[in-house]
Design a protein around this ligand. Structure first.
Ligand SMILES: NC(=O)C1=CN([C@@H]2O[C@H](COP(=O)(O)OP(=O)(O)OC[C@H]3O[C@@H](n4cnc5c(N)ncnc54)[C@H](O)[C@@H]3O)[C@@H](O)[C@H]2O)C=CC1
Ligand SMILES: O=C(O)[C@@H]1CCC=N1
Length: 271
């Protein structure tokens, strides 16, 4: 029997991360094919990862079992429609933000569609992806789709497709919030007399340490925060300032905007 082949349509940042994870898990490079029109990106994938990369689907001769759609949401519709007939018998896994399974099922003329929202820590195997499939998708297809993303981290299934917009607001775009905080902490550290490098080292190690502590602890983040906070002490001075400035409410508003944009993209790119 022929080896199961995974096709990536789009070989950019996210695709490269996932391919790297699959290879590390022992999937053979000969069983991974990429369609990537940008020549330099294509050559880098071939040279660095040893996978086959084509400029377009005309040179695609391999039978494909799973297709990972990793192009920008804006171009997904025409790209899917152009390849729909050729890839009709495959399982489809899309990582495009905001594009619904209903729209993709229509463009592909296939119901075997799983939609996912990964994140960039996938680049180092520490991603987390939300997944959704409607009732048409059988267990074997769900397992196969999840396996692709488990190669680069954790997966979490959601029951309702709209919840993927919340996943986008949390973990999909979430790494950017962490980097934003790191920028702020570094800037503050410098203003308070540290070098940029010292401030950055302290900020990154604090994020790493506090995240690991939260992951291992049975306590809520609120309790963990209280443990750092002595009444009338230094942390208290910081957190009361955060509360006075209503930072939590502003942060929630930012995530709401992210969620709403994800939902809006379904209208923009999904018709
Ligand atoms: N970057 C992120 O944090 C996340 C991105 N996503 C989604 O992943 C998808 C890919 O994002 P990135 O990898 O960041 O983007 P990217 O821009 O790095 O990759 C997209 C690739 O698609 C290629 N492409 C363009 N037209 C094509 C065509 N007709 N056929 C085949 N390939 C084509 C481009 O040359 C490019 O290499 C997007 O839909 C995005 O919404 C999802 C979760 C997180
Ligand atoms: O900003 C975006 O649209 C993509 C989706 C989640 C993270 N990046």
């Amino acid at each position: 029997m022929a080896m199961a082949t995974t096709l990536f349509v789009g070989g950019g940042n996210m695709a490269r991360a996932i391919i790297g994870g699959l290879l590390q898990q022992g999937q053979a490079p000969t069983s991974i094919v990429v369609i990537e029109p940008h020549e330099a990106t294509r050559l880098a994938l071939q040279q660095d990862l040893g996978v086959t990369a084509h400029a377009d689907s005309a040179s695609l001769t391999e039978p494909v079992d799973v297709v990972v759609w990793a192009v920008k949401p804006q171009v997904l519709k025409p790209v899917m429609q152009a390849l729909a007939v050729q890839l009709h018998s495959a399982l489809h896994l899309s990582i495009a933000a905001g594009v619904t399974t209903a729209a993709m099922q229509q463009w592909l003329g296939s119901s075997r569609v799983v939609r996912a929202m990964p994140n960039t820590p996938a680049l180092i195997g520490k991603g987390i992806a939300g997944l959704f499939a409607n009732a048409d998708v059988n267990q074997a297809d769900r397992t196969a789709a999840a396996a692709v993303l488990q190669a680069v981290g954790e997966v979490l299934w959601v029951e309702a497709e709209a919840q993927l917009d919340a996943v986008t607001a949390l973990s999909g775009s979430g790494p950017a919030y962490v980097f934003y905080f790191l920028e702020a902490m570094q800037q503050a550290g410098q203003q308070l007399g540290l070098s940029a490098q010292q401030a950055y080292q302290l900020a990154v190690a604090t994020f790493e340490g506090a995240s690991a502590l939260a992951a291992r602890s049975e306590e809520t983040p609120e309790v963990l925060r209280q443990r750092v906070t002595s009444k009338g002490g230094t942390t208290y001075a910081a957190t009361t300032t955060l509360d006075q400035l209503d930072v939590k409410a502003h942060f929630i508003a930012a995530m709401q905007a992210c969620h709403d944009r994800a939902a809006e993209m379904a209208q923009e790119f999904g018709n």
